[in-house]
Ligand binder design. Sequence first.
Ligand code: NAI
Length: 256
Amino acid sequence: MVGLDLAGRTVVVTGAGQGQGAAEARLLVDAGARVIATDLGPEPPPGLGAVFSGGPLTYRQLDVTDGPGWAKLAEWIRSQGWQVDGLVNNAGITQRSRLLDASVADLQRVYEVNVAGSLLGIQALAPLMRSGASIVNVGSVAGLTAHYPVAYTASKWALRGLSQVAAMELGPRGIRVNTVHPGFIETPMTQGAKPEFRQATLAETPLGRTGSVEEVAGVVLFLLSPLSSFVTGAEIPVDGGQAGHGGAKSVSDALR
Ligand code: NAI
């Protein structure tokens, strides 16, 4: 029976040291996958929980902006005799400057991680994938809206374009590429969010609360699993309904 079981599959998760990436790595291990969790540090971060070297969860240091680093990872996977069945391009950074203050350097830095990092991952690992493999890119509600931090928002819109091209180009090989768009998720990235930001976001969110890392991980697992075998080029907001109403919520609320 087709299900969420990923036994026998190898999945690479970037930015897996904390937040959503760590939750995704943990859930994928629970689903039976062999997970290669990667992040910036040389050692497995505590957020990852117990690491069983050579077991279902292996940690590797990887800066997603580092092309030779990706090549080294691909080479290592090949040397283990493994193929790659899944890639979660989760690593991302935020950048909060606004339209009239954002510098070209701000734009370049977020693009380097959020867009180029995902491109490099696809380029390095697609050769190790066969039909049935699945790539999940982690976008953002920012990539569906005019979220105010301009460089971050532009990077996530760009990632959508990359995802769609990849879905088209890799489809004939049986490789699927989809995007999840998290809303406000409680992670170290959002820990420092101003109370005003939190309040205003909740006012725009029909479910009236923030999301958890597990709630994003569940959708990522679905997209990596055979249950979504005919889904590619899709974009799934995991945002409590924030993006779907297109700004109509404040009007609706005003007329209650
Ligand atoms: P986080 O900041 O808690 O975790 C991000 C991880 O990425 C960290 O472990 C960090 O070390 C790693 N990372 C950063 N730069 C890297 C690089 N160059 N190479 C490799 N790893 C790198 O963030 P969170 O919230 O878990 O974010 C995960 C993804 O979700 C990001 O792509 C983010 O843009 C996206 N997102 C997060 C939202 C939220 O509310 N937390 C909302 C929408 C999207």
